[in-house]
Ligand binder design. Structure first.
Ligand SMILES: NC(=O)c1ccc[n+]([C@@H]2O[C@H](COP(=O)([O-])OP(=O)(O)OC[C@H]3O[C@@H](n4cnc5c(N)ncnc54)[C@H](O)[C@@H]3O)[C@@H](O)[C@H]2O)c1
Ligand SMILES: O=C(O)C(=O)C[C@@H](O)[C@H](O)[C@H](O)COP(=O)(O)O
Ligand SMILES: [Zn+2]
Length: 350
């Protein structure tokens, strides 16, 4: 699998025109959700390359990252003459790039796609690296394929219409990237002031954060080994996220991952001696900006059951990526049910 370079654009329309131009597509489909149709599409349509494009819109939100949305997009492509030489432009956050990438890579066994990431989370993480897919039966990304975008374009200006919650959600994946990288990057990311969003500072951090992901994906595109580092926080995090929809208290992906990171750094602390002061720094950040997720000990079994579906698992054991220190990645770690429940206790202690 070859990897595209993710670009933070200086002149977005010029870069978009160029990215579309090199594809020589026979027709172009722009996939949006309700919000990106309203906030982002008008700017994108300034591209002369898009004057005859088809626009497909699906409802926003992770609850719509499902087979019904995929079917709606496949149907639209089929009824509007899409061929293998057509191009999809995914204009949106992680939900749009995950579904759009999945639909593109399966329609007629594969058409090309470009991600134009309009959320911080999409820009720092989801749009890059070729993981595509949909949720299924209450499980995150249960169905999907690895299929990279031709190009990933980021226009920081799109982030200006994001609310604080979605900025924080994206920042959580930047925290994850810093944790698997270096202490210097961890310090830099923690210094960023979430109370006063400065977009030019964010751009510098974002660029470095994307490169952390790109370096990992380059080494192991199909997650056979080191790419599992990018899943730090997700064994617990995806269980929290799935559970949040079950109990009708939906949590944004990045919030669930921040909660998952706290549990997994605690597990790292008890099993690998991860530094307590860094665990507490993360706990402080979480409490200040992400709040907590309420559940009781009666819910432990259900959360545990969700963790048994993690894609990193290869037997009856649950697979974690843990850290011995900042940047000291230990993949393929396991934990007993008692240890996992101890993490839930620690999380609920507040
Ligand atoms: N494939 C991967 O490697 C990968 C990595 C991380 C996360 N993900 C997936 O990404 C998804 C989360 O991504 P997300 O946080 O971008 O979610 P999202 O795509 O749902 O976007 C969040 C919200 O912001 C709205 N929005 C998007 N752009 C906007 C803009 N510019 N202005 C105003 N509103 C805007 C959306 O409509 C939505 O309501 C999850 O499904 C997660 O599983 C995938
Ligand atoms: O790119 C990766 O690899 C990741 O794990 C990035 C994660 O942030 C992302 O949430 C991903 O979708 C999780 O994948 P999954 O394989 O655990 O479903
Ligand atoms: Zn994630």
């Amino acid at each position: 699998m070859s990897h595209s370079i993710t670009k933070i654009c200086e002149d977005f329309i010029q870069e978009l025109d160029q990215a579309i131009g090199v594809q020589s597509a026979d027709s172009i489909f722009v996939l949006t959700d309700d919000n990106t149709r309203k906030f982002c599409l008008p700017l994108v349509l300034d591209s002369t390359k898009l004057k005859d494009c088809h626009i497909i819109t699906i409802p926003s939100g992770d609850e719509n990252k499902n087979i019904d949305s995929a079917v709606a997009v496949w149907k639209f492509l089929s009824e509007n003459g899409a061929t293998r030489k057509s191009l999809i432009i995914n204009l949106g956050g992680g939900v749009i790039s995950d579904i759009g990438g999945f639909v593109a890579s399966t329609f007629k066994r594969g058409m090309r796609y470009i991600n134009v990431s309009t959320t911080l989370l999409g820009a720092v993480d989801a749009a890059t690296g070729g993981k595509t897919g949909i949720n299924f039966q209450g499980l995150k990304n249960e169905i999907g394929v690895f299929a990279p975008a031709e190009t990933v374009l980021i226009n920081i200006d799109f982030f200006r219409t994001l609310d604080d919650a979605n900025l924080r959600s994206g920042y959580a994946e930047m925290v994850k990237h810093a944790l698997i990288d270096t202490r210097a990057e961890w310090d830099n990311v923690l210094k960023y002031d979430l109370d006063k969003i400065d977009f030019s500072e964010l751009k510098v951090l974002l660029d470095r954060s994307i490169r952390i992901k790109e370096r990992v994906v380059e080494q192991d595109p199909y997650e056979a080994n080191i790419r599992k580092a990018l899943n730090l926080g997700h064994t617990f995090g995806h269980a929290f996220e799935s559970w949040s929809y079950k109990v009708q208290r939906p949590a944004l992906h990045g919030y669930a991952i921040m909660w998952g990171l706290l549990c997994e750094l605690y597990l790292s602390f008890i099993k690998l001696n991860f530094p307590k002061e860094d665990l507490l720094r993360l706990k402080y950040l979480m409490k200040e900006y992400y709040g907590t997720f309420e559940f009781s000990c009666n819910d432990y079994e259900s959360l545990f059951e969700l963790m048994t579906h993690d894609k990193k698992n290869d037997s009856k054991e649950i697979n974690f990526t843990l850290l011995a220190d900042i940047g000291e990645i230990r993949i393929n770690q396991t934990a007993t049910k008692d240890e996992i429940f101890e993490c839930f206790d620690f999380f609920r202690e507040g």
